[in-house]
Write a protein that binds this ligand. Structure first.
Ligand code: UDP
Length: 313
């Protein structure tokens, strides 16, 4: 198929673009390079530098939409930026798709649409009560997709990611402002940082640190290829993506020590505002309906791949 991947110069978008090319698709990457990297666009993809409000849709059959602002803290400080980019930008993209007759979209949604869960593992019918503008803007797009599917016959699939980790060959996480746990821990191992902060050890969890559901970026990317096949006119499907197992902050740091051989000193700090104690996904629906299965579900696989990509191996 001829596909447009928005945000294909970013972490997840670049891995999905690489897998789409491997599967024989023709890929155009659209990215404004505000947070992405030109050299993360896989060779073999056509690259267009630009805005999602003016997408190159000529001959395109489906869109995989990753381009977004994605920092929770920044979203609290600058909500307008998140509403205009994530919701406004996506509405402009959807309108352009309608004009050009492109009627399939796979959307990069997030666990942040659920907010603080009442129950874990979180299923797709859990209440959506985002606790920050980032999650709220993504939820608004999901709501719009449901409406466009019903009104205009769009075929849409939203994938709600939990904690994405690992690397796919050279394609890895590299953010100018790094807030995520695993890259920050690995920066200690490579000497870029002296220690890692642990945000709170007084949570109601077995070891007192927060528990998250880490999913390998290669497994996550494969789900997008299945989602693309599952786009059906007039339907909007929503799937959670995690691997169903939770790991605590302390467990993550321990695995990073084992993989890197570095002692990784930690500094215990206060809780980070807005962090729920436990976030674990039920991916039962996508396993049942689309036949998705995580293949690299061990935390060790994710840390090894992330570390290898970071060290350029
Ligand atoms: N965390 C931490 N130190 C860091 C970064 C994150 O202790 O330098 C904790 C954070 O409080 C959360 C977990 O690690 O409990 C995962 O955070 P991350 O930002 O990676 O993902 P989130 O779950 O917030 O999307």
């Amino acid at each position: 198929m001829r596909l447009l991947v928005t945000g294909g110069a970013g972490y997840i978008g670049s891995v999905v673009a690489a897998q789409l090319l491997e599967a024989g698709h023709e890929v155009t990457v659209l990215d404004d390079l505000s947070t992405g990297h030109r050299d993360a666009v896989p060779p073999g993809a056509r690259f267009v530098e630009g805005s999602i409000a003016d997408p190159p849709l000529d001959g395109v059959e489906a869109v995989l939409h990753f381009a977004a602002k994605s920092l929770v803290g920044e979203s609290v400080e600058k909500p307008g930026l998140y509403w205009s980019h994530n919701l406004g930008g996506t509405l402009a993209l959807l309108d352009a798709m309608r004009r050009e007759g492109v009627n399939k979209i796979v959307f990069s949604s997030t666990a942040a649409t659920y907010g603080e869960p009442e129950r874990t593992p979180i299923t797709e019918d859990a209440p959506t009560r985002p606790t920050n503008p980032y999650g709220a803007s993504k939820l608004a797009v999901d709501t719009a997709l449901t409406a466009y599917a019903g009104l205009h016959g769009l075929g849409a699939v939203s994938l709600r990611y939990f904690n994405v980790a690992g690397a796919y060959g050279p394609y890895r996480e590299r953010h100018a402002i790094e807030t995520h746990l695993i890259p920050n821990v690995l920066k200690v191992a490579t000497g870029e940082r002296d220690e890692v902060s642990v945000f709170g050890t007084d949570y109601p969890t077995p070891d007192g640190t927060c528990v998250r559901d880490y999913i390998h970026v290669a497994d996550l990317a494969r789900a997008h290829l299945l989602a693309l096949e599952a786009c059906a006119p007039g339907e909007h499907k929503v799937y959670n993506l995690g691997n169903g197992a939770g790991f605590s902050v302390k467990e993550v740091i321990e695995v990073c020590r084992e993989v890197t051989g570095h002692p990784i000193p930690v500094k215990v700090g206060p809780r980070r505002p807005g962090d729920p104690a436990i976030l674990v996904a039920s991916s039962e629906r996508i396993q049942r309906e689309l036949g998705w299965k995580p293949e690299r579900a061990a935390l060790r696989d994710m840390v090894e791949d992330a570390f290898a990509a970071l060290s350029g191996k």
